[in-house]
Design a protein. Structure first.
Length: 246
């Protein structure tokens, strides 16, 4: 299994497809892994792209020596992995992130703008979600009670981190995440596709549209009758939309 020994983390990654194809990085969401988040895209996307997937720090098979999560650090991990793979070239890489991975992709676009060819942001906020923070969204007791199957899966998926610790890291990260404005996102001049589901209970349609309007060169795709998890819940339509954009 391939690991990249980066400056601050040992990052598990996979590559799929022909190395000569256009590179596409897939970033999973909070408490997910590359395999659990993108299992319906790997075989499809790798027919046309050189797919780079990773378990973000503290997730799956990647460690997290810092014992916290910061999207800036996670975005820098992606850039360092691309350099490790010899892919850190100007306007060379497309990045597609879902949920927490979408927020990481947004920070990547701000911190490593020169590397980006195109950007896909799936189900993530423009503004800090104080209501989510106040509702106990990341509470381990609630998660165990309401989603026992997912809790059991998390216990199996994450090699270095127990579920309660991972949820605590994400709650702390949520509280420090900035409110973005159109001025903040103005440096992102590459083409961007913003994707959301019209039945998403986690990321509101209002936030999806605000994010789209805040980006200089954005397109918008709203998937009908789709809740949180467009890559898995609406895979066929999602995959076609991504192909059309990229």
């Amino acid at each position: 299994m391939p690991y990249a020994k980066l400056s601050a983390v040992n990052l598990y990654y996979e590559v799929h497809g022909e190395a000569s194809a256009p590179p596409l990085v897939l970033l999973h969401g909070a408490t997910d892994t590359f395999r659990t988040a993108w299992n319906k895209q790997i075989a499809v996307f790798s027919q046309k792209y050189y797919v780079i997937g990773l378990d973000m720090r503290g997730h799956g098979q990647s460690d997290n020596p810092s014992q916290r999560l910061d999207l800036r650090d996670m975005a820098d991990d992606v850039a360092e992995l691309l350099a490790y793979l010899g892919l850190a070239l100007p306007k060379h890489v497309s990045v597609c992130g879902f949920s927490g991975g979408g927020s990481t992709a947004l920070f990547f676009a701000l911190r490593h703008t020169a590397l980006l060819r195109k950007l896909v942001l799936v189900s993530n906020n423009l503004e800090r979600d104080q209501a989510r923070i106040d509702s106990g969204f990341w509470n381990p007791t609630r998660m165990q009670a309401e989603q026992p199957g997912w809790w059991a899966h998390m216990s199996q998926f994450h090699k270095h981190t127990d579920p309660a610790t991972l949820l605590g890291w994400w709650e702390a990260e949520d509280r420090q995440r900035p409110d973005f404005s159109a001025a903040d996102l103005a440096p992102i001049t590459c083409p961007v596709l913003v994707v959301g589901g019209d039945r998403d209970p986690v990321i509101s349609l209002d936030q999806t549209i605000k994010l789209y309007r805040a980006l200089p060169k954005a397109q918008l795709a709203i998937l009908p009758s789709i809740a949180h998890g467009a890559p898995t819940r609406g895979a066929a339509l999602f995959n076609q939309i991504i192909f059309n954009f990229l």
